[in-house]
Design a protein around this ligand. Structure first.
Ligand code: AMP
Length: 419
């Protein structure tokens, strides 16, 4: 009789991992798993470019858990000498990745400890957990730095460094944090970079971190048009709210993740939708972590029909059977368009991605199409047709991304002057 797990066994995965694969209900490795796992076992530095939702977490979690089983457990109390560090750009993704490590590691006799190190949660508790001994840390860069300053963890024995959604971590927003972190991590480590998109400038930074990283590009790295039905609806900015309500009522739009461009926009749109009785939650950076967690789980558990979100959920978050993604506001970068629409149609499912574009967005959307190598039909909905003249572009210096001090930078400076 044919062994349904033969393909997984051929990847060199151990019985405990195979058991967790079976209990997850996976039948066959995804393309990215088939290609990257044997390379990871060889110990090479890799830069993997693969479609969103293609099972990339398992690509690093399986081999690294297996490697950890062979190496000595971290019993050093007082200061945590961790072996595996996974960096993610958002707190929600950090939680998701930690969860995957736990799930995939559940059949090992000696359990490995995984700690999520993120802002918005108690730093004292995270310090305490580190002092009790931790094997894997999944972190957002800011909080990790805070803990390094407290000298409760030691990165000098890191064997594996994973950058999940690597392009987002390596872009200017995290550059300063990353430079300090890399200075403290053992240079004798295996570097693994994962993302669906790698803008040119990011590839240059990757080369500085690892000159030997081999590029594994999986075909169809951008979400396929067949899996995601991409729609573009032209509508004047001021009519988008009305159009959304109309489509919810008349076309039965439901189970949709609605992306907006700012925290204020997220709050305002949510309130407007709630006022007309729509079952909606919101997630953005001005909410407490527990509010963020609740909103995300309510939406995932289908306790609300819509989630209005900023880009905190654009990267890596796994929404199972999500019907729609709506770009109420367009994303700033073409890469973010790919990541946002990739929240639907995960792991072989299908979905719809709708973008509202107004007069101000026409040129920007053309750029997104060019970069994503797509060419989409423009629709209009009766009663909401686009009208007016294309506004003239105001000339002036564009805002410099990454130069503005973040709340965290300011806080850090303040704490330094107080100490
Ligand atoms: P990821 O890209 O890691 O966020 O994974 C996307 C989804 O694919 C998650 O729900 C995983 O549990 C699922 N997944 C990962 N590997 C497989 C596999 N071999 N077969 C089916 N689903 C998978």
């Amino acid at each position: 009789m044919m062994n349904p797990f033969q393909d997984f066994q051929d990847l060199g995965l151990c019985p405990e991992i195979l058991q967790s694969i079976e209990s997850s209900g996976f039948l066959t490795p995804t393309t990215i798993q088939r290609i990257s796992i044997p390379e990871i076992f060889k110990g090479e530095d890799l830069l993997v470019e693969a479609q969103t939702g293609s099972g990339k977490t398992a690509c690093f979690a399986w081999p690294l858990l297996q490697a950890l089983q062979i190496s000595q457990s971290n019993e050093s109390k007082g200061i945590a000498k961790i072996k595996v560090l996974v960096l993610t750009p958002t707190r929600e993704l950090a939680y998701q990745v930690s969860g995957a490590f736990y799930r995939f590691g559940e059949f090992f006799e000696t359990k490995k400890t995984v700690l999520t190190v993120i802002g918005g949660e108690s730093i004292a508790q995270q310090s305490q957990s580190l002092q009790n001994g931790v094997d894997v840390v999944v972190a957002t860069p800011g909080r990790l730095l805070d803990l390094l300053e407290k000298k409760v963890l030691d990165l000098s024995e890191i064997e594996f460094l994973v950058l999940d959604e690597a392009d987002k971590i390596l872009d200017l927003g995290f550059a300063a944090e990353l430079e300090i972190l890399l200075g403290q991590i053992s240079p004798k480590r295996q570097n693994l970079f994962f993302s669906a998109t790698y803008p040119e400038k990011v590839l240059e930074i990757v080369k500085k971190i690892s000159s030997s990283a081999r590029i594994l590009k999986i075909e169809n790295a951008t979400p396929s048009v067949e899996a995601i039905e991409q729609r573009v609806i032209q509508v004047n900015r001021e009519n988008r709210g009305m159009l959304l309500r109309h489509m919810i009522k008349e076309s039965g739009w439901k189970n949709a993740l609605i992306f907006v461009g700012s925290k204020v926009a997220a709050h305002n749109l949510t309130e407007k939708l709630k006022k007309v009785g729509i079952n909606v939650e919101t997630i953005h950076g001005d909410l407490s972590q527990s509010q963020r967690n609740t909103a995300l789980s309510q939406f995932k558990e289908r306790k609300c029909d819509f989630l209005v979100a900023t880009d905190v959920t654009a990267r890596g978050i796994d929404f199972k059977k999500l019907s729609m993604v709506i770009n109420f506001d367009l994303p700033r970068s073409p890469a973010d368009y790919i990541h946002r629409i990739g929240r639907t149609a995960r792991a072989g499912e299908t979905g719809v991605a709708v973008s509202f574009i107004g007069l101000e967005d026409l040129a920007h959307f053309q750029l997104i199409e060019k970069r994503a190598e797509i060419n989409l039909f423009r629709e209009e909905i009766a009663g909401f047709e686009l009208n007016g003249d294309i506004p003239l572009i105001k000339l002036g210096a564009p805002p410099v991304k990454g130069k503005r001090k973040s709340k965290k930078d300011k806080l850090r400076e303040l704490t330094k002057t107080q100490n």
